[in-house]
Design a protein around this ligand. Structure first.
Ligand code: GLC
Length: 433
């Protein structure tokens, strides 16, 4: 049984391979996506290490000169995807990309590949290192308007959690009067009940048009863009990635970089308290335009463990939420709190489980000594991928697959976790007599 699943998972990655990079799924997402590819590398690493490195190397070939690593790379135009390169109009020399970024998980995965690889693989880490550093520099320069180490995002698509209720308030202020007519392509592939509404799509496009119309001038987008939100997910992921990049800088003996990274880490460790929402008892995203917390508990809030932040009391509040949620769903970890009025077990980022976020949350819990809960997240993630047949995301209530089929990152995370399956036990530690 496990053998057949492994064969299916591997087959999904191989069939989504486009000669060195992997599409998230055939049809719905026909290009290379930033954080998808990075997680996909973890899956390839189970059977083809060279191919794992290649995935990330190809991604970074499209990095912008200012250091930004875009969220989509349009390697070859596919008329079935909207909005494609002719809408984004990023005008980068020899690069066809979107104009925004995505969560910076790359340094963390590169560190894992390097540490688990042969000595000869160190050269590949060394070649990627300056690119990762340039991307992290870009975040520090253009996405930290409060100078407190928190990441300001300029589009829900940057956060990777596209349709989370965290963005409802900030999106409500976006002017869509100039958007005009267009034809969505996602609804040809996936049931409308699982996808964003037309109104939301208009707002997404209005934000893209703002960037396009100012020639993707980062200063302008950061100062006057229609969507400016401190994202709890990107902030915690960048904090973790800075720690992982620091480990590489230390190994390479780059002292100046070490100092710079250490200063950024400290800044975020202090700055993150700005996002703590005492009413909710969790870190929550914050709308900089309305100056209001999202008051919304999402799976990203639990990345606090992955980034190693939070006082003992804050961590206790977070684990209490997890235990409460565990009692109301069949599988951890829903993308939205089931107690929220916005919860819908099949609607995009408003309930379904995304294996990649669950994997980071599970890893963080295990690393920080919340082993049983972390193992539960990992086991549920594998179980739901198996029940939901490698879909894009999964219902926490029924386990059914939601969104796109034959999804690369679900296959990759399953392969990665399956290799460690025996370490995820739910037994209590034996009590001392
Ligand atoms: C959706 C997801 C995003 C992902 C992309 C490709 O846009 O919200 O996180 O990167 O699909 O899978």
């Amino acid at each position: 049984m496990k053998h057949e699943l492994a064969t299916s998972a591997k087959q999904i990655l191989l069939s989504n391979d486009r000669n060195g990079y992997t599409v998230p799924t055939d049809g719905l997402y026909p290009y290379q996506w930033n954080w998808d590819s990075v997680f996909v590398a973890l899956g390839f690493a189970q059977f083809d290490r060279n191919r794992a490195w290649r995935e990330i190397e190809i991604l970074f070939e499209s990095q912008w000169d200012n250091g930004m690593q875009p969220h989509i790379i349009f390697h070859q135009v596919d008329p079935n995807y909207f909005p494609g390169p002719s809408v984004w109009q990023t005008n980068q020399p020899n690069k066809h990309t979107s104009g925004i970024t995505q969560p910076p998980v790359a340094a963390s995965i590169v560190r894992q590949l390097w540490e688990s690889g042969e000595a000869s693989e160190q050269a590949r880490m060394e070649a990627l290192y300056p690119k990762l550093m340039a991307w992290h520099d870009w975040f520090a320069t253009y996405r930290d308007p409060m100078d407190n180490g928190l990441v300001m995002t300029t589009h829900p698509w940057e956060t990777g959690r596209d349709n989370s209720p965290e963005w409802d308030l900030p999106m409500s202020g976006v002017d869509t009067s100039q958007v005009g007519e267009y034809s969505r392509r996602d609804l040809n592939q996936v049931d409308q009940s699982m996808r964003p509404t037309h109104e939301q799509y208009d707002q997404y496009l209005a934000m893209v048009f703002f960037g396009r119309d100012c020639g993707w001038d980062q200063d302008e987008i950061v100062k006057n863009g229609p969507f400016r939100v401190l994202d709890v997910g990107m902030s915690l992921i960048l904090l973790r990635a800075n720690q992982d990049l620091l480990a590489m800088a230390q190994a390479l003996g780059f002292e100046e970089d070490c100092k710079k990274l250490q200063a950024r880490i400290t800044k975020t460790q202090i700055g993150i308290d700005f996002l703590w929402n005492e009413n909710i008892g969790a870190y929550c995203s914050y709308d900089l335009i309305a100056q209001r917390s999202s008051d919304s508990l999402s799976n990203a809030s639990f990345l606090a463990f992955y980034a190693d932040v939070g006082s003992p009391l804050q961590r206790q509040k977070l684990t209490q939420h997890l235990l409460r949620i565990k009692d109301t769903v069949s599988y951890l970890l829903p993308s939205c709190d089931p107690a929220s009025e916005h919860y819908n077990h099949i609607l995009y980022w408003r309930g379904p489980i995304w294996a990649v976020v669950s994997y980071m949350v599970g890893l963080g819990l295990i690393e920080q000594g919340e082993t049983k809960l972390g193992n539960q997240v990992m086991l549920d993630t594998m179980a739901v991928i198996e029940a939901g047949n490698f879909y894009e995301s999964f219902s926490p209530d029924t386990g059914e697959g939601t969104g796109g089929k034959q999804f690369s990152w679900s296959a990759a995370i399953w392969l990665h976790l399956n290799a460690q399956r025996d370490t995820f036990t739910l037994q209590d530690e034996p009590k001392a007599k």
